[in-house]
Design a protein around this ligand. Structure first.
Ligand code: SAM
Ligand code: SF4
Length: 474
């Protein structure tokens, strides 16, 4: 176990969040309908919105304009992403933590928490259990603790990639953890991580200070804000940002997220790959004074407006939310969800059907198995995808913008979604889910206009069904 590294900032670290400016944008008078429609039209042209334009949408509250915002988000989602939804699972590695975030069950001050870190052997068992369900993409989650330094995280990533059984393998490992230093990011890049996620939690300085006591490592707002800039400078150009919705006015943090996304885009030529917006959940030992309840209606507006603000950034919605809401927001914003998730340490082999608050970070809203989520997605007309092709072919960062290449989705995303879905249906699905999948695949194949391209995909699907060939990506 090495000591915590010093809190070194990036070369040009700057606190680019100006609270007064954001508050001013939110307090401006309600916009004219014509102004709102201009902003919507720009977004439908697939252009990212400025922070001020996003604020226009946030200030448009009439039922009529709200309905137009949702309709536009729905349309944009369809145009950019089609009906694909990417699936992943979180894997909690350890809940030791030196911080005292007021909302989190892993806080060092929560003496009810059962502390545990997976041993290498237990990690293998968890990965095998996830693979047996059909998962191909994981996000490893860590508390912040000297025990969980970059070398430890890199070992975990290697173990996950090396754990294979039958057709089971994990093809992409993302990480959600505390900010690292330059050497730390390089070590993780070297073992082939996908996205490195750091949630700022809140961009509102005063709230940040209240939620993260100053005598903790996480108490340093700028060190955290700068965390993904350091990742970019160390060569990790695939990063995810996020805000914990409910700590402060959700509209403030929506503008904080857009400010952060634009900052990364302008400075490094590539914006965040994903944005997460976890909504605050009950947690063991957590204190919620001073937080703001965000209703389902407000939360849906947040998702629709973010969709319009950053047309090409993946939006992630986790199993913190209830199944009905998850189902609804997929239509107008969300492009990635987790499924079959357990967040107690060791939960994929030990948990049974109930949740155990003393062992997890917060309470989940959707604990349906992966197979059930897959079936519902397909019955609703979505195409679940476990595709990991871009990342494995080095199509990331500024050198590659998947959406910049005309016809990219048709040529690559749809075939890769169909092959990974066929793998799932062949190797893991229940008979009912397999039947729903067969219907969906037939409908999707009929939508491929070019007969040669259709035949090529059909041949690949048949190879998966009738042989051991797997991982046939383009
Ligand atoms: N320890 C690392 C950190 O804080 O960055 C990463 C892991 S932390 C377990 C992952 C995220 O969970 C946090 O960034 C926070 O946004 C979220 N979280 C914490 N408490 C929560 C709660 N009560 N409800 C919902 N999400 C929560
Ligand atoms: Fe620790 Fe992260 Fe929880 Fe804060 S949110 S107490 S840093 S695990």
């Amino acid at each position: 176990m090495s000591p915590l590294p010093a809190m070194t900032l990036s070369k040009t670290a700057v606190d680019f969040i100006d609270d007064a400016h954001i508050e001013g944008l939110l307090q401006a008078p309600a916009p004219a309908a014509s102004q709102v429609r201009e902003v919507i039209a720009k977004s439908l042209e697939k252009q990212a919105l400025s922070v001020a334009e996003t604020a226009v949408l946030l200030r448009a509250e009439s039922p009529e304009l709200t309905a137009e915002i949702f309709a536009a988000a729905r349309e944009l989602k369809r145009r950019v992403y089609g009906n694909r939804i990417v699936l992943f699972a979180p894997l909690y590695i350890g809940n030791q933590c030196i911080n005292a975030c007021r909302y989190c069950g892993f806080s060092r001050d929560n003496h009810e928490a059962v502390r545990r870190t997976l041993t290498p052997r237990e990690l293998v068992e968890q990965v095998l259990a996830l693979e047996e369900k059909g998962h191909k993409r994981l996000i490893l989650v860590f508390g912040e603790h000297p025990q969980y330094d970059a070398a430890f995280m890199a070992d975990c990533v290697r173990t996950v990639y090396d754990t294979r059984q039958g057709h089971g393998e994990i093809r992409r490992v993302n990480i959600n953890a505390a900010p690292l230093d330059d050497a730390g990011y390089r070590a993780l890049k070297a073992v082939g991580i996908g996205t490195y996620q750091i949630f700022q939690e809140t961009y509102h300085h005063e709230t940040y200070g209240r939620m993260h006591p100053a005598n903790t490592r996480k108490g340093n707002f700028l060190y955290r804000l700068d965390g993904l800039s350091r990742a970019m400078e160390a060569g990790c150009d695939d990063v995810g940002i996020g805000a914990l919705v409910g700590l402060t006015d959700w509209r403030f943090d929506t503008l904080g997220l857009v400010t952060h996304a634009r900052f990364l885009q302008e400075r490094y030529g590539v914006g965040p790959h994903t944005i997460s917006f976890p909504r605050l959940r009950p947690a063991s030992g957590a204190a919620f004074e001073g937080t703001r309840f965000v209703s389902d209606d407000e939360f849906k507006r947040l998702i629709a407006i973010l969709r319009l603000a950053v047309p090409y950034t993946g939006l992630i919605l986790t199993a913190r939310e209830q199944p009905a809401l998850r189902r609804e927001v997929m239509a107008f914003g969300v492009s990635q969800i987790d499924a079959g998730s357990r967040i107690e340490i060791g939960g994929y082999t030990e948990a049974g059907d109930a949740q155990c608050m003393e062992r997890e970070q917060f309470e989940l809203g959707d604990i349906r198995p992966l197979d059930t989520v897959m079936r519902q997605l397909m019955e609703d007309g979505y195409m679940p995808s476990f595709c990991t092709a871009c990342y494995r072919l080095g199509r990331t960062g500024e050198h590659f913008m998947e959406f910049a290449i005309p016809g990219f989705i048709k040529r690559f995303c749809t075939p890769n979604a169909l092959t990974t879905l066929t793998e799932y249906l062949t190797d893991y699905a229940s008979p009912e889910t397999r039947a729903a999948g067969a219907r969906l695949i037939e409908a999707e194949m009929a939508k491929i206009p070019d007969p040669a391209a259709r035949a090529e995909v059909a041949a690949r699907l048949e190879a998966i069904r009738s042989s051991d060939q797997r991982d046939l990506y383009v």
